[in-house]
Design a protein around this ligand. Sequence first.
Ligand SMILES: Nc1nc2c(ncn2[C@@H]2O[C@H](COP(=O)(O)OP(=O)(O)OP(=O)(O)O)[C@@H](O)[C@H]2O)c(=O)[nH]1
Length: 377
Amino acid sequence: MNADELDGRVPVTLLTGFLGVGKTTLLNHLIRDPNAGRIAVVMNEFGDAGLDHDLIEESTEETILMQSGCLCCSIRGDLSKTLTSLMARRKRGELSFDRVVIETTGIADPGPIMHTMVVDNLIAPHYRTDGVVTVADAATGPSTLEKQSEAVNQIAMADLVVLSKTDLVTPTELTRFETRIAGINSSAKRIKAQKGQVPLGALFGLSAMRSNVTTDDISDWLGMAKATPDPLAGLSGFAAPDSAPAALPLPTAHAHHDHKIISASIELEHPIPANVFDYWLDSLITIRGPDILRMKGIVHVEGMGWPFVFHGVQHIFDAPVPLTSWSGTDTTSRVVVIARNMSLSLLDASLETLRLQANEPDAQLDGMMVHTTEISI
Ligand SMILES: Nc1nc2c(ncn2[C@@H]2O[C@H](COP(=O)(O)OP(=O)(O)OP(=O)(O)O)[C@@H](O)[C@H]2O)c(=O)[nH]1
């Protein structure tokens, strides 16, 4: 798909996954596929990973190798410079690309990179995050998730999890690993890669943060498509009290836990007052911002003819996108929250606040949800 068919900005895919899981193997298949379109690859070099560069250099002239060392520590300045330079060269006609894939180092936390994509004034007007693709190694993944919090973060932030090395495990082990991944992030889609091969297109168009998004795109993005009966439903403690005020429909949620990670999906059946949603989100970010690994959703606001989609990582939220040409009739708001160190009871209490605020006469009607916001905590 051409970038201009979306919102004019170039889509950027963040390709992440722990050390040695198969990111480069996947990328090499992708860039060698003649139908994959024109892709600019941005990678950083760490340790002896320069081999990646050699492999990719053979396949395309449009490879940018960042010499910055550990991506998670120094990406901000360099990513900005690199993407700005790419865009300048594209405008001058020196480079031609429709999308960018950033391969992170195995130990990188994708959070800072996602923040940079949103808050950097040089990047945000020209690029948009198209999705976070996390490669998870079916063979070593279970033990890595036990030991490495970065690996857990990478799964938590994913829009798509690509399961690699499934040839090295039994079907039972694979099912167990998939269950574990769903426990961290139930909204991410999952596909299997055969030595890096995935169906073309599976990696792209993942984010629903665009104005022409369809209901199916949103379902995929929020993990609703595979909404099979949830064995953990009912454990979340989100049962609505009988005395809840009628002004706000009762939130319902399903949740999964993975040690200290909570992955919850919240549904509000009817449109919600803007100030109420704003208050809830602001409070949650202010109190728990550092622990929010990923939050995304579609929100129907009272008095508005169309919903908004939004997403954020920790305390940084992208500008919400109004779906002005929305034709769906379902007015259910859906929010996915994946957080670390947040108990179900705390999230439940926050939802209670949300519900009660609906009748708060002094609540400020100061606008629609959060815009790109950075709160110092
Ligand atoms: N058996 C098997 N091996 C795989 C598969 N995918 C990748 N590998 C192998 O796993 C090893 C690591 O793959 P890479 O693609 O270099 O992994 P990476 O995530 O880029 O590694 P780093 O950049 O070092 O973090 C290589 O030897 C690959 O050939 C797979 O599906 N099955």
